[in-house]
Design a protein around this ligand. Structure first.
Ligand code: AMP
Length: 591
């Protein structure tokens, strides 16, 4: 398939933000795509080359991309850098420069999707001292044969800046329409995606065999399942109203979610965003099989740092010391953990997703032999608001964040956020009642003690419908000196010359970043704002929502992707909940 088909579709998609039109473009594209390459096209649409869990990182540094353009166009690097500075977009810079070049090229081998994908795959796999030079050569060989439009999208793909404004749901809608005639069939695709975490394979199956192709998707070992997520509630009362008569309450531990896959001695671990994190936890790999009475299973657990002397749970940040490539053995002994099981998704050949919470918990209790290292998450069955209050207090005293409340007869709903799991965090009186995970999009230079570092950060939520990051507040409190250094170290690698196209902000920051880093924030309330872009025009025309008195909690959420940050929708429901709370308070005062 000619890459120009793909590039032309991308160009049309860039011109609209309307979901209906984006879907129509995708449907046309999918219908034109041969089934053998549809998985490649799907991964590229998702901005990747393979599913996350395979760890194939695309991403080429701007410098190498600039050198490749220079080599292909035969134009000095300095001029290309200048063009890039002016347009702020490598793709545009490349297409502009190559427009001048194509007139002098005679031998052109047309680019196919297969060739382009294979080249990018080779680039992603390159390691070692000469790899930068090799990457540059591979890319320039593609650019040699590319039209200006193709060059623009090649550059956007390799520098991970292709922003088409589509989320996985739009891709699934389009696949359903293209190959089953109706969007109504999306839940079938979703199920296949949720159990495989591999949208490329789902696309290929449906393109080749229609709906029957995707009914074959089953939970399987070493393919992570998309995790079930929880809605938040603000009080034990709200929790009880939503949960009904009898439900399970578990401690909400403050660690990292780990999906453990094991078969015999082979153990692989996946993060909440489905990346392979096995290398950070050699202790889990070594010890987990000793605590299990089964040979083949998929389990979910929270890895939590502990103080081995007192047995106390330690905060989440302690785990981040393990996020390193080298000297991991030292980090393992310096920062010991426990592994706390809370769910089972598969055991000895049997998929457990459709089993009720109750039955899954029983199974978990049957197969886990608890010891110092491996434990079951503390659980109780709650019937009243008081039961919840009680257990919440115990959990906070044990160093946890709050409670997870789970419907006892509900199945495991992979990839979904719904009412069968609720999270209840510690109440802050007169405060939001929950923290938010926000994306750092920009910064302002510090003064005084903070000179030479970023004194204030500009933060955003995630708009998952449009795949953009609208601003919500500036934050400058809650930072220790160590935090300031850490921020500078992490963020100075993510500086962009211009605001990224995915960032929506009226405020002008001193520096802009690629939206990647997620940090945790608490605040006193959510207010309407004429400046910030979160939920712009939703509550009131011309206004967005902003946080009042935001404060950094000390938690850098390295385990979260920007797409896992708090969404605009979550902020809107917090805002509405807050209004309701004030209303209720007034009512009580009056009676
Ligand atoms: P949040 O990240 O605030 O949306 O909260 C959900 C996270 O809480 C999950 O992804 C888990 O990492 C964590 N968690 C802690 N304890 C539990 C539990 N008992 N059940 C499920 N998730 C838990």
């Amino acid at each position: 398939m000619k890459f120009s088909h793909l590039a032309d579709t991308f160009a049309m998609m860039e011109n609209t933000t309307k979901r209906l039109e984006l879907t129509q473009h995708l449907v046309k594209l999918f219908k034109k795509t041969p089934p053998e390459v549809i998985s490649h096209v799907t991964y590229l649409l998702q901005g990747k080359l393979r599913p996350n869990y395979e760890g194939v990182e695309l991403g080429v540094a701007d410098k190498i991309a600039l050198k490749a353009i220079s080599k292909s166009a035969g134009i000095p690097l300095k001029r290309i850098e200048k063009e890039y500075q002016e347009s702020g977009d490598l793709g545009h810079a490349a297409s502009k420069i190559l427009q001048q070049k194509t007139q002098t090229t005679f031998l052109v081998e047309p680019i196919t999707v297969e060739r382009m994908y294979d080249t990018l795959f080779k680039v992603a796999k390159l390691r070692g001292s000469r790899s930068q030079d090799m990457k540059m050569k591979y890319i320039s060989s593609l650019l040699n044969d590319a039209s200006p439009t193709e060059a623009r999208f090649i550059l956007k793909i390799i520098t991970s800046t292709l922003r088409l404004g589509i989320a996985d749901n739009t891709i699934m809608d389009s696949l359903a329409i293209a190959f089953t005639t109706s969007k109504e069939n999306r839940p079938e695709l979703e199920r296949a995606y949720n159990v495989s975490s591999d949208l490329g394979s789902v696309a290929e199956a449906i393109a080749k065999k229609g709906l029957t192709g995707i009914t074959d998707f089953q939970v399987s070992i070493f393919k992570p399942v998309r995790p079930m997520l929880a809605e938040r509630v603000k009080s034990p009362q709200e929790a009880q109203e939503k949960m009904g008569k009898e439900f399970a309450a578990e401690y909400k531990l403050d660690g990292e979610r780990v999906q453990i896959h094991l078969e015999g001695d082979k153990v692989l671990l996946y993060s909440r965003s489905l990346e392979d994190i096995t290398s950070y936890y050699p202790d889990i790999v070594e010890r987990v099989t000793k605590s299990l009475k089964v040979k083949k299973a998929i389990l979910e657990a929270e890895a939590v740092a502990i103080n081995e002397d007192s047995g106390e749970f330690l905060p989440f940040q302690e785990l981040m010391h393990r996020r390193r490539k080298y000297k991991i053995a030292k980090a393992v002994s310096q920062y010991p953990i426990t592994i706390n099981f809370f769910d089972i998704l598969y055991v000895d050949g049997k998929d457990c997703l459709d089993m009720s919470y109750n039955d899954r918990r029983k199974k978990l209790e049957e197969i886990i032999q608890e010891d110092q290292f491996a434990r079951l998450v503390p659980m109780t069955i709650a019937k009243t608001e008081n039961d919840v209050e009680d257990f919440l207090e115990n959990s906070i005293n044990a160093g946890c964040e709050g409670l997870m409340l789970k419907m006892i007869d509900a199945p495991y709903r992979a990839g979904a956020r719904g009412n069968s799991w609720l999270k209840l965090k510690r109440e802050y009186r007169n405060e939001l009642g929950d923290s938010l995970d926000l994306v750092v999009i920009g910064a302002f230079f510090g003064k005084g003690r903070r000179t030479g570092r970023y004194g204030t950060l500009l933060l955003a939520t995630y708009n998952d419908e449009e795949d953009v990051f609208p601003s919500i507040c500036k934050v400058g409190t809650g930072f220790t000196d160590e935090n300031l250094d850490q921020f500078y170290q992490i963020l100075s690698n993510k500086v962009k010359l211009k605001k990224s196209s995915r960032v929506k902000s009226e405020m002008e920051a001193d520096v802009w970043f690629e939206p990647e880093l997620v940090i945790e924030i608490v605040a006193s309330e959510i207010t309407l704002s004429p400046i910030h872009n979160t939920a712009l025009n939703v509550i009131r025309k011309g206004s967005g929502l902003a946080l009042r008195f935001p404060k950094f909690t000390g938690k850098i959420r390295l385990e979260k992707n920007p797409e896992n940050a708090s969404t605009v929708q979550e902020v809107i429901s917090l805002y509405n909940g807050q209004k309701k709370a004030i209303h209720d308070e007034h009512k009580t005062e009056r009676t």
